[in-house]
Design a protein around this ligand. Structure first.
Ligand code: HEM
Length: 498
């Protein structure tokens, strides 16, 4: 009989050898992928990410390995693209090959890869085409949307007036306003700023996004199978997002009861009508699940991002009074203080236009972009990227690419203005990403920012509560989203002289 100690040693040896063999095979199969730090079995590059922090780690690796490298999130290799050139070549020039949505463990778990933002192939293509055309029909980027945007901006003005110049946190009311814009398009509804139920949904969504961007969310993204069973704050993400999903379901049910086929009122009505048309099509993407998930996607993807941008914008105005003066002057000259701003006014307002671009560049809402994956095997920059590989287009490295922005770390209007004080387009302006999967709401958001800022600055001057030099507006979280600090600011009504 074999000595039990020897048997144990042999067993450990066999297990170690088999493990080493699998690890070596894994690395060998990926030897032609872009270079990157050596991954550990199971952990991948977790220790490196954890010791440096996700964002600093991602940017430092670009300095070492160049614009295209591979990083292992646990055992999942992810190709990271940095800088304008690499991101543009992948997302625009090889758009088809890089157009699938990649792994987003938290959201995949929530939505089971359904809905516009997470689906792929035929389902995605149907939902994308439908959403783009329907959002256009409901005025996205066109004149008919100006009115609900102006109306929402006026509600903001009324709210800021009630503060009488006292310091207040603007973030909550801004999230309300930006979510109302989406609610208007999808549900045909707006919620009053003191609607307690909607306040709760928005607060929960905000808290969920803070957790997604925190180390807990990052751990879940790297080790979903383990974290799913471990207790911790990450578990709250799912419970926080559930009530909004229920609210969306409730609204869809009420739309079903009141639908008039001759007169679709909003996005949900149009979707329900399309469902009816496709009743007999087994492969249709137009199902109740995809409707609920897509509407939920729009609230999740659209409300926080836009309100973060507007919030950063006000913090920047408070920090840079000289810039605010110039925007004020241009508004006074081109629109005046009483007339309602129109989309066309923007063409005559190069300084304000440059200011709005610079807000989006500087606030850098999705620093890591949203993960894509390859639809087929691609040869890129001389490396092989197998089909189905996750790809992170690091938008922050595009928006801060020194070859396209002279002072990338500074808030500098000259990034979008030439010497003749004319607006200067910059191809590296990619806050909405680029290519086939870029944000569906780009024109809506651009119009919304223009209307919100001009309407509010017609009436107010924004001031910090401390000396602007000491007003620190660095983000408090920088993971999935860049989250601005919560600061009280003053909205002071303008007088004739100011
Ligand atoms: C400042 C505001 C916003 C920013 C910076 C932003 C940015 C982005 C980015 C970077 C993506 C990922 C694109 C990619 O895969 O490369 C995206 C996708 C998406 N956005 Fe936005 N977004 C904003 C507002 C909105 C709004 C208001 C809505 C809805 C009304 C919206 C709906 C979506 C949807 C549905 C997708 C998924 C598109 C797809 O997968 O085909 N976004 N957005």
């Amino acid at each position: 009989m074999a000595d039990p100690q020897n048997a144990l040693a042999i067993l450990i040896g066999v297990i170690t050898f088999t493990f080493a063999l699998f690890y070596w095979k894994h690395l060998w199969e990926r030897r032609r992928m872009p270079p990157g730090p050596l991954p550990l079995p199971i952990l991948g590059n977790f220790l490196l990410i954890y010791s440096q922090g996700l964002m600093p780690c991602l940017t430092k690796l670009a300095e070492k390995f160049g614009p295209v490298y591979t990083l292992y999130f646990g055992s999942r290799p992810t190709v990271v693209l940095t800088g304008y050139q690499a991101v543009k070549e992948a997302l625009v020039e090889l758009g088809d090959a890089f157009s699938n949505r990649g792994t987003l463990p938290i959201f995949d778990h929530l939505f089971h890869n359904g809905g516009l933002a997470l689906s792929n192939n035929e389902t995605w293509s149907q939902l994308r085409h439908f959403s783009l055309t329907t959002l256009k029909d409901f005025g996205m980027g066109k004149k008919s949307l100006e009115e609900p945007l102006q109306e929402e901006a006026k509600h903001l003005v009324d709210h800021f007036k009630t503060l009488n110049g006292q310091p207040a946190y603007p973030n909550k009311v801004l999230t309300f306003a930006t979510s109302n814009v989406i609610a208007n398009i999808v549900f045909g509804t707006r919620y009053s700023y003191d609607d307690k139920k909607w306040q709760r949904f928005l607060q929960d969504t905000h808290d969920a996004f803070e957790l997604v961007s925190s180390i807990w969310g990052q751990l879940y993204d790297i080790f979903p199978r383990i974290m799913h069973y471990l207790p911790g704050p990450h578990k709250k993400i799912f419970s926080l997002l559930k009530p909004l999903e229920e609210a969306v379901k409730e609204s869809v049910r009420s739309h079903q009861k009141t639908l008039d086929p001759a007169c679709p009122r909003d996005y949900v009505d149009c979707f329900l009508l399309r469902m009816k048309q496709e009743e007999k099509n087994d492969k249709t993407a137009f199902t109740i699940t995809n409707l609920v998930t897509t509407v939920h996607d729009m609230f999740l993807g659209g409300s926080e991002t836009t309100s973060i941008t507007v919030n950063f914008g006000f913090l920047l105005l408070a920090k840079h009074p000289e810039i605010q003066d110039k925007v004020h002057r241009e508004i006074d000259q081109v629109i005046g203080r009483e007339k309602e701003p129109r989309a066309d006014d923007r063409n005559h307002m190069p300084y304000t236009n440059a200011f709005l671009h610079e807000i989006q560049r500087y606030s850098d809402v999705f620093p890591m972009g949203v993960v894509r994956s390859t639809t087929k095997h691609v040869n890129f920059y001389g490396y092989d990227i197998p089909k189905g590989t996750d790809v992170l287009p690091l938008l922050t490295t595009v928006l801060r690419d020194p070859s396209h922005f002279e002072k990338p770390e500074e808030f500098n209007i000259n990034h979008f203005m030439d010497e003749d004080n004319k607006f200067k387009k910059n191809n590296a302006f990619m806050p909405f990403s680029a290519g086939k999967r870029a944000c569906v709401a780009e024109s809506l958001v651009r119009l919304e920012l223009f209307i919100f800022f001009t309407v509010i600055l017609q009436k107010f001057t924004v001031k910090p509560t401390v000396d602007p030099k000491d007003f620190d507006i660095s983000p408090i979280e920088s993971g999935f989203e860049n989250i601005p600090p919560a600061h009280k600011i003053r909205f002071i009504e303008r007088t004739l002289e100011s």
